[in-house]
Design a protein around this ligand. Sequence first.
Ligand code: XBP
Ligand code: MG
Length: 259
Amino acid sequence: MSIEALLWDVDGTLAESERDGHRVAFNQAFETCGLAWRWSVERYGELLAVTGGRERLLHDMTTRRDAPALADERAALARKVHECKNAFYAEIVAAGAIALRPGVRELMDDCRRHGVRMGIATTTSRSNVAALLRAQLGAGWQDQFAILVCGEDVAAKKPNPEVYEQALERLRIGPLQALAIEDSPGGVAAARAADVPVVVTRSVYFPNATIDAAIAIGPGLGQRAGWRPDAALAGAADRITLEQLAQWHAGMETVSHFA
Ligand code: XBP
Ligand code: MG
């Protein structure tokens, strides 16, 4: 069975948007909202275990004595800070500060050339996806994607499989006709729970995370070295091509477990 559609995760996969994007924007939002809270690079890495920016903030509040005591007040504050964070994030990415990761643009070009549809499968807010992709792909960015499933579209965020289930439904394909590209254990879990095969491009925050059941895993789409299984397709460029993904996809009955 061949690849009918490539499903892209956003944060960490398309771009390293967490450390220098969302985290920085959260800190700017804390300051704007008169909060003394700041998230270091390391603390933010721990907090990534909670998907969803608002949910992440609510979780962090449970560790702070100076967070509002009442649940309603916490929820209202989280909404306000999150909205403010997204506005700062939009400014950061509009300025071009967060680039697409190496090999992403080329793989998107491969898909277009070979008529493989692309979808976005993220539980990030739609406005953040739009801000990033408009800045990186231009005004017509939406035309490149057959479907877009974002945080607002699902009741439960990754690692819940809903985002992938919706993507398959809207593309009218089965899970084995799709291939997900992910960077985090939560994202991989979401795809696998929907039976979608996954290729993992490791990101700054998950360099060594244990990943279960990816069909391939490597340091980034912009290089052939360091991938398991080997990205050894003869004649391939020094990056992960659609042809390479198709080869892994075709051999995926040998799904591996990577520690
Ligand atoms: C990543 C996330 C998001 C971002 C922040 O999702 O968990 O919460 O950190 O974005 P993915 P929001 O890897 O699926 O793209 O503030 O919009 O939630
Ligand atoms: Mg991700």
